[in-house]
Design a protein around this ligand. Structure first.
Ligand code: ADP
Ligand code: MG
Length: 634
């Protein structure tokens, strides 16, 4: 059997399922085997009917002596059956599943698992799981009478159906061990076949952990291996553009910046120069906390590219960020004669226009945008861009250099696995003079005081304030917008009556967003109320207070990124976190922000408290999802 074959080729019956299964990430036969149960129902206690007790979760096995449909009012149905073994008889009821009366026949041997209840003084099984079996055929029970795996479902694909498929494919496939004996021995691994069988159909619950451990190892090992393979492919096959770097010119450029680069920035610039001087195209990830100054580093690369008479493109995930980069880069480079242009869905590139640098959203990968000589691609906040988008932009030039930037703090183990094909530069140092952002989790009772303090900040310190509303849904929907609007109205009419307020959310027209941000930047707005969309990248030096509502809904790494919106200038900045939840765990988690100011450390804590799903949640698209490995060292 070919595990790589698409699901729909497995037989007629699978054709209708193919679309639904996509939602579960199952497109190839192999994906069934990697659809991992999220828990197991323990139906392993098999009892004689005469011995069962009320309240027990049991499996009974016997002969069907009666099965019938009973109609109730409102066209509902009941399915009633009687099951007998040599010690007694039990009644079984299901609801609204008339097909059961066809599937189950009198004299069938049936195995039933569920909770024993008392109904009119008789012991009954209500809606038990069931399966028909034949004593003469060697046929393992999979839905009853054992530890039963429970799978993530989707509409039209039940856990039971998945269980049947997975069982079938597990038995059809010949697993062969591919790891060397020594690795297996040294790590006390179970073999591949055992691991696959035990993760789905464990004989006892103790079998699950060793299976998970083995499969997690394979997953990490294989994804590192494939990252390395990509890296080698990139290095061996491609020939790109070898840039010349005029050191004199470069230091003149750097010396007219309003600040000196941090050592971390200098190192990153050196690493990038080395890459650019090589004929193999650069493929580098620039990782650094918010505010660590990634943009300038990218700008140096862009400038070098320009001096070599090549074009560059810088892609940002949002319109706001694209605008900001456009302004920054334009400010520094335009006076040197560099032609910088902005491209977004609202700001199309005019025909036949000449440019050296394009800054934009994913609109830059549109077919209409053509490059004569693309030499460098810079991608900001890379987790928002998928692999395909990278591939498309690559075709717009001949093996351009790639620089990807991210502020998503990812634990090193994760970075190595997911980005093993990229070379890493890490900005582990903040620009001089940055003060730590003082952070407090504010107790409910202090809310009024907090508002008073905020007004003082505006009056006395001429500060500006962000108020971020709770994270309600993954993508910005009307629900989120409505919540922010409501909060905005309340603050405006009650708390900040004498101040200038602005509202920012993702459903605003781009030019409206820009207008509001411009007003905020020009200090025409004191308090900017916003949905969590402001999370990435905005740079407003005079904003010194970040207040976050419903903080418990965010991951720590996310909160850290939000907090990074302030503390950009040299004034002391503050972050106030509010939560309605006073559970110990929540408070403890949020309080770590008061003491920790290192994004990578905070993301490790997220991992501990909220599990890997959270981290991958923030990583978003374009990242291979790990299904088994959790990265927490256990
Ligand atoms: P991020 O890494 O989050 O993208 P930015 O590139 O937006 O950070 O930089 C944040 C702010 O820090 C900007 O206002 C930028 O001008 C400033 N900055 C960058 N590098 C330095 C430096 N070496 N010294 C002082 N300020 C700097
Ligand atoms: Mg940035």
């Amino acid at each position: 059997m070919d595990l790589q074959a698409p699901v729909k080729t497995a037989g007629q019956a699978y054709k209708i399922y193919a679309k639904r299964l996509e939602k579960l990430g199952i497109t190839k036969i192999e994906d069934f085997l990697y659809h991992i149960p999220f828990r197991y129902e323990d139906y392993s206690l098999i009892s004689k009917i005469g011995q069962i007790q009320e309240g027990e979760i049991v499996t009974v096995q016997g002969k069907v002596t009666e099965i019938k449909n009973q109609y109730t009012r409102r066209f509902k149905t009941l399915q009633k059956a009687k099951i007998e073994d040599d010690t007694g008889l039990i009644e079984v009821i299901w609801f609204n599943q008339p097909y059961l009366a066809k599937n189950i026949k009198e004299d069938d041997k049936i195995s039933l698992s569920g909770k024993v209840e008392k109904n009119l003084n008789k012991l009954t099984l209500r809606s038990p799981d069931y399966e028909i079996y034949n004593e003469n055929v060697q046929n393992e029970l999979i839905h009853t009478g054992r530890l039963v795996p429970i799978y993530p479902e989707t509409k039209g694909v039940s856990s039971k159906w998945l269980r049947r498929q997975i069982y079938k494919f597990l038995n059809l496939y010949q697993f062969s061990e591919y790891l060397p004996d020594s690795i297996i021995k040294n790590n006390n691994f179970v073999n591949f076949k055992t691991a696959m069988n035990d993760i789905h159909f464990p004989k006892k619950i103790g079998d699950v952990e060793p299976a998970r451990k083995r499969l997690a190892f394979d997953e990490l090992f294989l994804s590192q291996l494939s990252a390395l393979k990509r890296k080698r492919g990139w290095e061996q096959k491609l020939i790109g553009h070898k840039f010349k770097v005029d050191r004199k010119n470069l230091s003149a450029f750097l010396s007219q910046l309003p600040f000196e680069l941090t050592n971390a920035q200098k190192n990153a610039v050196e690493e990038i120069i080395t890459d650019l001087e090589n004929e193999k195209p650069m493929n580098r990830l620039l990782e650094g906390d918010v505010g660590s100054g990634k943009t300038v580093v990218a700008m140096v690369a862009v400038y070098i590219c320009y001096l070599n008479k090549f074009q560059s493109v810088l892609m940002a995930p949002t319109e706001i960020l694209a605008n900001q980069h456009y302004k920054t880069i334009g400010n520094f480079l335009a006076p040197l004669g560099v032609r910088v242009h902005l491209v977004t869905s609202n700001n199309k590139l005019r025909k036949n226009i000449d440019f050296d640098v394009l800054v934009g959203t994913h609109a830059v990968i549109s077919k209409k945008v053509q490059f004569d000589k693309l030499g460098l691609v810079v991608i900001d906040e890379q987790q928002r861009f998928g692999v395909e988008q990278r591939a498309i932009i690559r075709t717009k030039g001949k093996n351009p250099h790639f620089l990807t930037m991210t502020a998503t703090p990812i634990p090193r183990t994760v970075a190595l696995t997911l980005y093993g094909d990229l070379n890493l530069s890490y900005l582990d140092e903040m620009p001089k003079g940055r003060k730590k952002i003082k952070t407090w989790l504010v107790p409910k009772t202090k809310r009024e005081d907090a508002y008073t303090w905020l007004k003082e900040q505006i009056d006395k310190n001429k500060s500006q304030i962000f108020i971020v509303c709770p994270f309600i849904e993954e993508s910005e929907t009307l629900v989120t917008v409505r919540a922010a609007t409501k909060e905005f109205e309340k603050l405006k009419s009650e708390i900040f009556r004498n101040y200038k307020l602005g509202l920012l959310h993702g459903k605003l027209k781009p030019d409206e967003k820009d207008r509001i941000l411009k007003k905020f930047r020009d200090r025409e707005i004191d308090v900017l109320v916003s949905t969590p969309v402001v999370e990435v990248g905005i740079d407003i030096p005079n904003a010194t207070v970040m207040m976050v509502e419903g903080a418990e809904r965010f991951g720590l790494a996310q909160l850290h990124q939000l907090r990074g919106r302030v503390g950009r200038g040299d004034k002391q900045s503050y972050c106030l976190l509010f939560t309605e939840i006073e559970e110990n765990n929540v408070v403890k988690r949020l309080k770590s922000l008061e003491i920790l100011h290192d994004g990578a450390k905070l993301s490790e804590i997220d991992l501990k408290f909220r599990g890997p799903g959270e981290i991958y949640g923030t990583l978003q698209h374009g990242i291979p999802m790990l299904k088994i490995a959790s990265f927490s060292e256990s």
